[in-house]
Write a protein that binds this ligand. Structure first.
Ligand code: NIG
Ligand code: FE
Length: 419
């Protein structure tokens, strides 16, 4: 990320500096309601990092009167959202399937007849690296408008060695452009591609023996994910892939229990995954396993909403169990075509009964820890990277309250203005 040596400015006139300062670990239980808000707050940024936060009066006292000023205009300032589950590199859309679902078809029916993920795979295989990069740059703009500064970015629409590498290289290239931070995840086991239908064993071999070693060798991903679902990668196949990835040094994340109960959560616990994502169908046993193994749940209410379901994950029960939950968009062309974290916060409050404060904690500091970056991002504290957004609200609760709009007025990454 760009670091402008000698860069120094103060952000002030923040109605609320929502700092999330606190213990250096993911927040659990009642801690999720503690946002460490500084009313009429200010923040000193130096060389891309936060040097000081406090009330305007306190910070004013410590800086030279000639310092450059970013005036937040009486708006709230938040850490950039950390969107810890996205699929941002794909060709085409699935607006046709969206229409079919409106007419009554289900996501599973569409997938079974060759649509769904496989239809995006066909198009993504045909697209060049440059074409994919161009569309992903458009989506990058959308992420910024919602106040997101870091995304976890999965491959998974290639499903061949060559096409998976192509997608991961696009992610690498976009990350190098420094307008948004990317954490790359290899998701070669997202679906069984057309040419391997009925031969899942052969496809798992390809993932383990050809894809994973190349991705590791070329340092193209930090994490490995698998879509664990009885009709896609059942637990046994998922376990083999995750164990192979672990041996190569990848951290693990898992699409778990999106449609079928418990096995996914238990597998995530068994292999020591960093996160178990979705969990719409997870029951008490699965939640207990996650809790015992310190796996962070990543909840994706926008995909529940967009699939027209009302089966949201049991977020309140998870908080009661002391699980450090994370909220993310699941941005993808099928189940969740949104980049908007403000929309996700709204869904979290209306359908999962999180308070706005709990939702913001899940979308910032907890998400940062789920990506091993909690020491650098996710809160506004001295020493951390100056990744922040000025949102067009006076009170943080307005973020989920005025729903359906992307609220960021200005976004900074490593102290540099990117929007
Ligand atoms: O997280 N469930 C698997 N993967 C995505 C959907 C991808 C798609 O439909 O293209 C998800 O919901
Ligand atoms: Fe997903």
């Amino acid at each position: 990320m760009p670091v402008l040596q000698g860069m120094e400015y103060v952000v002030w006139n923040c109605s609320q500096l929502v700092s999330l300062a606190g213990l250096p670990r993911p927040r659990i239980g009642p801690e999720m309601r503690e946002l460490s808000i500084i009313p009429d707050g200010a923040m000193l940024v130096r060389d891309g990092r936060i040097a000081l936060t406090g009330t305007r009066a306190a910070v004013e006292h410590d800086v030279s009167p000639s310092i450059k000023v970013v005036n937040a205009g009486g708006r709230i300032v938040l850490p950039g959202f950390v969107d810890a589950h996205t699929h941002p590199v794909f060709a085409g859309t699935r607006a046709d399937e969206f229409e079919q679902r409106a007419e009554g078809a289900t996501y599973a029916e569409i997938a079974a007849r060759g649509g769904g993920i496989r239809s995006t795979v066909r198009r993504t295989r045909e697209a060049s690296e440059a074409q994919l990069a161009a569309t992903s740059r458009k989506y990058r703009e959308w992420f910024l408008r919602g106040g997101t500064t870091t995304i976890e970015a999965k491959s998974g629409y290639g499903l061949s060695l060559e096409s998976e590498l192509k997608i991961l290289k696009v992610i690498q290239q976009l990350g190098a452009e420094q307008n948004l931070r990317y954490v790359p995840t290899f998701l070669g086991a997202h679906e069984i591609p057309d040419e391997y239908r009925g031969r899942i064993g052969d496809y798992v071999e390809l993932v383990i023996h050809e894809m994973l070693p190349r991705v590791a060798q070329e340092h193209l991903a930090e994490y490995c994910d698998v879509f664990c679902e009885p009709s896609v990668f059942p637990t046994d196949a998922a376990r083999v892939i995750l164990r192979a990835a672990q041996k190569l040094g990848f951290g693990l994340r898992l699409h778990a229990d999106q449609f079928s109960a418990d096995e996914g959560a238990r597998l995530a616990a068994e292999v020591g995954a960093a996160t178990a994502d979705h969990l719409e169908a997870t029951g008490p046993e699965g939640l207990a396993a996650l809790s015992a193994a310190h796996v962070q749940p990543v909840l994706l209410p926008a995909s529940v909403y967009n699939l027209g379901s009302t089966h949201y994950p049991a977020a309140r029960r998870m908080i009661d169990l002391g699980l450090p939950i994370v909220l993310a968009t699941d941005f993808n062309p099928g189940s969740s075509p949104t980049t908007s974290m403000p929309m996700v916060l709204s869904l979290a409050s209306t359908h999962m009964k999180l308070t706005p404060a709990e939702a913001i904690t899940a979308a910032t500091i907890n998400a940062a820890y789920s990506l091993r970056r909690g020491h650098e991002i996710g809160s506004l504290e001295p020493g951390k990277l100056a990744d922040f957004a000025i949102h067009d609200c006076a009170d943080y609760r307005e973020l989920p309250y005025f729903f359906g709009r992307d609220t960021a007025r200005a976004v900074y990454i490593g102290g540099v203005s990117v929007m």
